[in-house]
Structures are given as C-alpha cells and as structure tokens.
Design a protein. Sequence first.
Length: 229
Amino acid sequence: MQEITTQLFIMQDNEYKEFHGRLMPTVNPDTILGIRVPILRKFSNQLAKSLSKEKLLEFMNELPHKYYEENNIHAFLIEKIKDFDECIVALEKFLPFVDNWATCDMMNPEILKKNTQQLFCKIKEWIASPHVYTIRYGIGMLMRYFLDDNFKTEYLDMVAAVKSDEYYVNMMKAWFFATALAKQYEATLPYIKEKRLDNWSHNKAIQKSIESFRVPKEHKEELKRYKIK
C-alpha cells in the first residue's frame, strides 16, 4: 500500500540504515530505509488501530514486499492475530518471503504459546522446509517454548537431525543447543560429548554457552574440553 510506504519514507534514518544494513548481508541495502524497531512497532500499532481489517489484509496480501521495514510491519501485524488457526495461516503465507534473520527472529505472536501442542505439529513441518528462514523460525519456536517445563529429549533430536549448509540455519541450531545447555544441561550434554552436531554448530554452541551468563562456570569448563579443533 502506497500510503504505508509513504509514511515509512518520512521516518527514514539514513545513518541507521547504513548501520543496520551491515548486520543483514542477505538483504539488498537499497530495500532498507533505516527505521528503528521501537518506532516501527509503534507505527504498526497505529496502523492496526487506524486501518480497517480489509486495508490491513490488502497490505498483507501484497507479497513480496519491496522494503525490509514493510516485512517487519507484516511480522508485527501477524503478532496481533488472536486466533491460533488464523495466525498459522498468516505465518505460512508470509514465511516463504522472509529473507533475513531479523524479521524471522522478531516475529513472536502471543497466541502461539497458548496452543503449544498444535504449534509443535507446525514446528515439525517448518523444520522440514526447504526454505532457510522457515527452518530457522521452526527451530526458534522450539527453543522459545519447548526447553522448559514441557521439555523432551526428542526436541534435541529434531534439531540435531537438521542438516544444512546455510549459515543462518546452523547459527540457530547453535543458539538452540546453547540455550538447551543452559536450561537442560544433563539431557543436552551427551549431544556435545558424542558430537552429534556438525562441527561448526557444535563449536558455536559451545562458544555461545561459554559466553552465556546462564551457564555455570563449572559447566563452561567442562564444555571447553569438547571443542573440536
């Protein structure tokens, strides 16, 4: 929708555009306007209140979007969906068009955590996707909602089984296992000791664990011994 794009250009920050663009090498810098996330979230909230549902759907149906910030607005609007099934439909329509880690990781609809059993079925599908950021999103949701009270070792198996040459998939694998080591150390440690991950994800998970304030010092010392040279 041109009216949304016009307002985005008014908020453009060229200095921030240069900085933020360096963090996202997969995104064409010409498609980044440079709008900080809190400002963009506030603008998305205003859109959700001021535009009709028909207008919002019109914007969300205009895929692919041209600008990075339009993708983020789309993500924020999905977060506002209160019906689980409707939210999943919107996610599955949008995920194939996500082209960067930031849009992928910031999209966290509240309704998902209220339906974790149904969500888990979708996570299994997302992790099996051929699309980089759909896989990353699935692993991210598994990390966010399934490493606490409802943890099962099968979740570790699911992520360990993901084989990819994609940096942004393997980085999420490492982040997942680093978080698992912080929350479920005894269950997760065998995956490190037995080297069940690819070498890069294995070492990166150990690195992120050593850097984490959530991992006790004695665990960090033990993990250092398993780094692959």
